[in-house]
Design a protein around this ligand. Structure first.
Ligand SMILES: NC(=O)c1ccc[n+]([C@@H]2O[C@H](COP(=O)([O-])OP(=O)(O)OC[C@H]3O[C@@H](n4cnc5c(N)ncnc54)[C@H](O)[C@@H]3O)[C@@H](O)[C@H]2O)c1
Ligand SMILES: O=P(O)(O)OC[C@H](O)CO
Length: 333
């Protein structure tokens, strides 16, 4: 039977949603980008720019911006939701009014819902009738992708059809798309690395240097594996792009907003000031609360994540937290 779906859909016209729409557009897919902001819609449709979120970069002419979720649902077989986790359910619920069970829904967001601790793919399943669900995650700083620098991502799904069709829609000469079936591991890696990135920003804000960064990244990934095991992941996923890969990139530089949160905290700025003036969204702030509280409940020791939680949510002195991390009792004592 012929499909009516002739476009790829992206929900959320922020920096990541716009970049994903661009990747689809340059692959000659008709691409619908849903967003709520009228000025943004006009700018994309008339000038091929989304200057509020993707700066001066020109984006594909194959993108049509729209404020109609119904239009996206009627025309797109693959729909990617790139809305921050705090609003992900609200928008997915609305989308759920229009999609049919044969469509592919992907999350491109890297966070956990604070109230329910849900992953974004669980929300896609709960709020829509779609079963063909997946997640896109990996070391994906949007600016480098829009510059066309070689990058890669991962699409994870329990359905091979989802992987194959997503690769076809998004892979290009400068953007490689890998597939795997570990949805849980890919989603957790993409979320937990944001917590480690806040700590990395703190280390750089304090000018601690490379040994400290290496210590943090290695032990941060170890904590990712420990909580992942408790949740039933295949830890080998964490050694790939969605674990080590994404942790490296977000811990490396100030293109990451989570890193910038840590950096400015170390420079003495308040969390409120940072959230209002420096970063749009930094998923690690909420994710560290979710993971820390869960770890306490299930009795898993996550010292770095606890430290980030204490700094971010309990306003503890950064040097006191670092000292207590360094001086805590060794398993060998
Ligand atoms: N920026 C990146 O390089 C990047 C890369 C990979 C993953 N991500 C993830 O993608 C997700 C989205 O981040 P982003 O970078 O695009 O953020 P952003 O701040 O650039 O954009 C967020 C977008 O979501 C929209 N939005 C927020 N709340 C909304 C609501 N209630 N209703 C409708 N629209 C709403 C905003 O209007 C905006 O268009 C995050 O989970 C992030 O971790 C980002
Ligand atoms: O800017 P951040 O810290 O949200 O990171 C963006 C991406 O997740 C990097 O892969």
């Amino acid at each position: 039977m012929m499909s009516n779906y002739d476009s790829v859909g992206v929900i959320g016209g922020g920096s990541w949603g716009t970049t994903l729409a661009h990747l689809s557009g340059i692959n000659n897919n008709k691409t619908l980008l849903w967003m709520r902001d009228e000025e943004g819609i006009e700018e994309i449709n008339n000038k091929n720019r989304n200057s509020k979120y993707t700066k001066e970069y020109a984006i594909s002419e194959n993108i049509k911006a729209t404020d109609s979720l119904e239009e996206v649902a009627e025309n797109c077989e693959i729909i990617i939701v790139a809305i921050p986790s705090h609003s992900f359910r609200r928008i997915t619920y609305k989308l759920g009014n229009y999609v049919k069970g044969d469509q592919i829904l992907l999350s491109a967001s890297k966070g956990l819902e604070q109230k329910t601790r849900s992953r974004m793919t669980s929300i896609l399943l709960e709020e829509t009738c779609c079963k063909k669900i997946g997640v896109i995650a990996g070391p994906n700083l949007f600016e480098e992708i829009l510059k066309g620098h070689p990058s890669a991502t991962v699409v994870a799904s329990h359905f091979n059809e989802v992987i194959v069709k997503t690769i076809k829609a998004f892979a290009s000469q400068s953007f490689r798309v890998y597939g795997n079936n570990d949805v849980l591991g890919s989603e957790l890696g993409g979320s937990i690395k944001n917590i480690v990135a806040i700590a990395a920003g703190i280390i750089d804000g304090l000018d601690f240097g490379n040994n400290s960064k290496s210590l943090l990244v290695t032990r941060g990934i170890s904590e990712m594996c420990r909580i992942g095991s408790k949740l039933g992941t295949n830890n080998s996923t964490f050694t790939g792009l969605t674990g080590v890969g994404d942790t490296m990139v977000t811990c490396a530089c100030n293109l990451s907003r989570n890193y910038r949160v840590g950096y400015h905290l170390a420079k003495g700025k308040s969390l409120n000031y940072i959230c209002e003036n420096i970063v749009s969204v930094a998923e690690g702030i909420n994710t560290c609360k979710v993971i820390h509280e869960f770890a306490l409940e299930v009795g898993v020791e996550l010292p770095i994540i606890r430290g980030v939680y204490e700094i971010v949510h309990e306003n503890k002195d950064i040097m006191e937290v670092i000292t207590s991390l360094m001086q805590r009792k060794s398993l060998w004592e």
